[in-house]
Design a binder for this molecule. Structure first.
Ligand code: BGC
Length: 923
């Protein structure tokens, strides 16, 4: 049998052989050169743009090497079909000789509110190729003037409508006489809203309209609801919650922005016959309380299912007992389109363990400290009540621990209506937790009836980092989860205790790392607008943004410097010059504020948080790591001034460059006179003190090497432990690397005992802790007043991991990774490290491994960018894709750099191989 079959196969093979040979001879078809990923103001096909001249961007797609854009052409039209034919254009850029593929301004006639336009682009490259016209994308303008809003703000008339009370539900029915061609809903609220059409939630966004400095900037959202509406009768229902608007916040303060919840709703429908009608919030709406008896970010939600109004947002529902609403005349000048990403539901976690604690508590472990909520599907008798409590950790005895939540209850209460299986998840609250304690339900809990969902701003994950060391991988995981849990419309300090505010120091410290992990361009751009809005007239930048603390004019070094640091980091990551343009007045106002608060050139006034949560343990000398707060203030004064100079240079403000350069020289002079001895010893002999002085170039050139050595000595005195707080931590490893001590930086990173980055990891952390010792080496907790297990600031090491271990960096002169520096730094006994970053140009990759002394580096450089690759510790010949680099036409400007080797490459995929010098030495 086999013989027969085998013979047939052989015959078949030979009869096809000529074809196979022929197929092999045909040269491979080059992958097509095209443009894709068209974005307008960072978004794909946005429908609420309020920029008069929106910026457009695209990615070049090709697998060829050395591809540069040399020209582009954009065309914009009001009709997609005509646009494809190149007819009836609103605007064409013509062929523009330029390599710009990001942030290209629309240059056509002014666009009106609601106007939708379609656009395409094509691109020429340096190989005389031109792409076909791209797919057609679009953008739609938002409501640009207050007068575009004909809807009225509506409120209920209930005296009981106050913070912590039931959530009002608003509803209206309406008739659509014709078939709908397009329907757009423009909606916002005082408070949070959740809207439904005909019984169905209109979007997957949560906590809309987001958190902004409401009285100055209140975002509205726009939804295309064409598919949600029916010809004939329709119903709409909107529930409002306290949220950030009037809910309990820091120090149990409430009603920060107002006392009354309100809704603004404008549904614009265009029929297929062209007629346009409006369904607005007005006096015809009705209101009632429903099942949500209270809802608070800090305290959770109380939901009484017996009070549900079944079908309340459908046409069938009878609302005879509902109450009338009132309209109010509130200004609409503060309404702005939404810039950042909405909060959405993301990962789902099933229980990894369900157990009873020694204290007899019924607890579920989801295995990850996350931010969001628990959904359950349970059944019980009508009136039975289940209570869900949330905690980040168990205590030393294994009991449920909530003291570190301070006054935040994080408690969801559900009263059953007595149906078969009741599914519940809350609406206007979120919890920070890994553990769930359930009271009032004795039945079994398992993956069929409880699940945890993570909610966070819908940022695309752009970064990936992994190594051969599982502890470092867990650290990276923790950094990313710290970001997920704390990027909830604004960058918060922590997501669980009674705080959850946009603390500026934390945000600036983590911001550069954030740009590696996820696309945070929109997220931070939006938040910076609130920073500008809340900046005090005298230039002071509040501690928290949006500012809801009483100390409106307070400012602190390292915190308020967020005004210069975040715009700069966004500029570096995304090449976004406009963010610098927009923030420039705020940046200069901040430096102006400091200057006016100096004495003899020293900023030594005011209250500062200093190097917050630095190591102050008892193992060594108590308080030895305490850095003088005024020294820190002067250092950040210099850094902010430097960043203003950088921004002024980029924006072509030459007078300002001169002015601030002179100021910076004085700041540094004053710094040296006050805080540095003539031999370069800092008055605070701490790691943070040397780190800031070196990172911000505050010391004369001739004292820098020795200062770096003193830093190393200090680290060695602490047995290679880190002692920095929030302000020194982001820079310490960078400073060490810059002065040739990457080995010491690795020692710090790899340390597993307290204080170190890996100490929490070894103790089971799944997020970054607020303190180096949230759980002390003896197993007890730090002070519950300040002990969050999800605080991202120390996660700022992530930036060094991407930029130095893997070695992916943007050239500052060509930001947004238009020119890339690839310079991996092997060390720390790692045998490999792999990082990828999806930049606005495309994917950058640097992945290295060491095998038997052979160093292999895989690099991807996206089209329309170039890279300078530095190969570390080269010994002997280097190959790229098995060709000696000296004979490789794709490698240019090869030159030695110390013991390393530098070269320039264009876009494409590369693999370098050589013998690593250090390995040879050691072996
Ligand atoms: C926050 C910090 C914040 C700090 C200011 C704390 O309560 O949680 O992260 O930066 O206050 O000192």
């Amino acid at each position: 049998m086999c013989k027969k079959v085998c013979t047939r196969v052989i015959i078949l093979f030979f009869s096809f052989l000529p074809l196979i040979v022929q197929a092999q001879k045909v040269p491979p078809v080059p992958p097509p050169f095209r443009v894709d990923n068209l974005v307008c103001e960072y978004k794909i096909n946005p429908i609420s743009v309020d920029e008069a001249a929106p910026r457009l961007g695209w990615k070049l797609i090709t697998r060829d090497r050395n591809i540069q854009q040399i020209a582009y052409e954009i065309r914009v039209g009001s009709n997609a079909v005509s646009l494809l034919k190149g007819k009836d254009l609103l605007w064409t850029s013509g062929k523009v000789n330029s390599n710009e593929s990001l942030h290209v301004y629309y240059g056509g006639p002014a666009l009106a509110s609601r106007q939708k336009v379609y656009w395409q682009v094509r691109v020429w490259n340096n190989r005389q190729q031109v792409t076909p016209w791209s797919m057609v994308n679009s953008w739609k303008m938002g409501l640009l003037k207050p007068a575009d809003w004909s809807a009225k703000w509506i409120e209920n008339n209930y005296l009981s409508d106050t913070t912590g009370g039931p959530c009002p539900m608003f509803r209206k029915t309406f008739k659509l006489d014709h078939k709908v061609r397009a329907a757009h809903l423009y909606i916002t609220a005082h408070g949070l809203y959740e809207a439904q059409f005909n019984g169905k939630r209109i979007s997957s966004d949560y906590f809309a309209p987001g958190w902004t400095s409401y009285n100055k900037r209140l975002q509205y959202q726009v939804y295309d609801v064409t598919a949600d509406l029916l010809k004939g009768d329709n119903a709409v229902g909107v529930t409002l919650g306290d949220g950030w608007y009037r809910g309990y916040t820091y120090n149990r303060k409430k009603n920060v922005y107002g006392t009354k919840l309100g809704l603004l709703f404008q549904l614009e429908v265009v029929y297929t016959n062209g007629k346009r009608i409006l369904i607005n919030s007005d006096k015809t709406w009705k209101v009632a309380y429903g099942p949500i008896r209270s809802s608070s970010f800090f305290d959770g939600e109380v939901y009484d299912a017996r009070k549900e109004k079944k079908g309340w947002s459908t046409i069938a529902y009878k609302d005879l007992n509902w109450d009338s609403v009132r309209t109010i005349d509130t200004v609409k000048e503060n309404l702005v389109a939404t810039f950042g990403p909405p909060v959405r539901k993301h990962e789902m976690f099933k229980p990894i363990k369900v157990f009873t604690t020694p204290a007899g508590e019924h607890v579920v472990d989801f295995g990850q400290n996350l931010v969001g909520w628990v959904q359950f599907k349970l059944n019980a008798k009508a009136g039975d009540t289940v209570k869900l409590f949330h905690a980040e950790v168990l205590d030393q005895k294994g009991n449920f621990y909530t003291k570190n939540l301070r006054t935040a209850k994080q408690e969801n209460v559900y009263v059953f209506k007595g149906d078969s299986v009741e599914t519940f998840e809350p609406h206007f609250t979120f919890q920070g937790f890994r553990y769930l304690k359930v009271e009032g339900y004795e039945g079994q809990l398992d993956s069929t009836n409880v699940a945890a969902f993570a909610l966070y701003s819908d940022m695309v994950q752009t970064g990936m980092f992994s190594t051969s060391n599982p502890l470092i991988n867990q650290l990276q995981h923790n950094i990313q989860w710290g970001q997920k849990g704390n990027f909830i419309d604004v960058p918060t300090d922590c997501p669980q205790r009674d705080e959850r505010m946009g603390w500026t120091g934390d945000a600036q410290a983590f911001s550069r790392t954030a740009t590696f992990n996820m696309d945070v361009a929109g997220f931070f751009t939006k938040w910076l607008k609130d920073l500008s809005a809340d900046q005090h007239k005298n230039g002071a930048v509040p501690y928290v943004i949006p500012n809801m603390l009483d100390s409106a004019s307070a400012a602190a070094s390292g915190w308020s410097d967020v005004a210069t640091i975040v715009p700069w980091n966004i500029y570096l990551a995304y090449g976004d010059k406009k963010v610098l343009e927009n923030q420039y007045p705020s940046m200069t106002a901040w430096v102006g504020y400091i200057t006016r608060h100096t004495r003899n050139g020293l900023w030594d006034t005011g209250n500062h948080f200093g190097d917050w949560l630095f190591y102050a343990g008892t193992d060594y000398e108590d308080g030895a790591a305490l850095t003088d707060k005024n020294l820190i203030a002067q250092a950040f004064y210099a850094y902010s001034t430097q960043l203003v100079i950088n921004a002024a240079t980029i924006l072509g403000k030459e007078d300002d460059v001169k002015k601030y350069t002179a100021l910076l020289a004085d700041i540094k002079k004053a710094f040296q006179a006050e805080y540095v001895t003539p031999n370069g010893r800092m008055i605070s002999g701490t790691q943070t003190s040397y780190v800031l002085a070196l990172n911000f170039d505050l010391l004369p050139e001739n004292l820098r090497e020795s200062a770096a050595k003193r830093l190393v000595n200090n680290i060695e005195d602490y047995d290679e432990h880190i002692t920095t707080g929030f302000l020194g931590t982001p820079y310490i490893c960078h400073v060490l690397s810059r002065f040739g001590h990457t080995d010491i930086a690795y020692d710090l990173l790899m340390k597993e005992s307290y204080p170190s980055w890996l100490y929490p990891v070894k103790n089971g952390a799944t997020t970054i802790w607020e303190r180096w010792d949230g759980i002390k080496p003896n197993g007890t907790f730090e002070d519950p007043e300040m002990n969050s297990f999800n605080h991202y600031a120390y996660g700022a090491i992530g930036d060094w991991m991407y930029r130095v271990i893997a070695g992916i960096n943007t050239d500052e002169g060509s930001p947004g990774f238009h020119k890339i520096n690839i310079f991996p730094h092997p060390g720390g006994k790692l045998t490999n490290a792999n990082a990828e970053l999806e930049t606005l140009y495309g994917k950058v990759k640097s992945a290295w491994s060491i095998d038997n002394g052979i160093f292999t580096l895989d690099v991807i450089v996206p089209p329309n960018t170039t890279a300078m690759v530095t190969l570390p510790a080269v010994d002997g010949p280097v190959t790229e894709s098995n060709i000696d680099i000296n004979n490789n036409k794709d490698i240019a400007n090869i030159k030695p750099a110390g013991g390393d080797m530098q070269m320039d490459v264009g876009s494409g995929t590369y693999q370098f191989k050589y013998i690593l010098k250090t390995h040879k030495k050691n072996s």
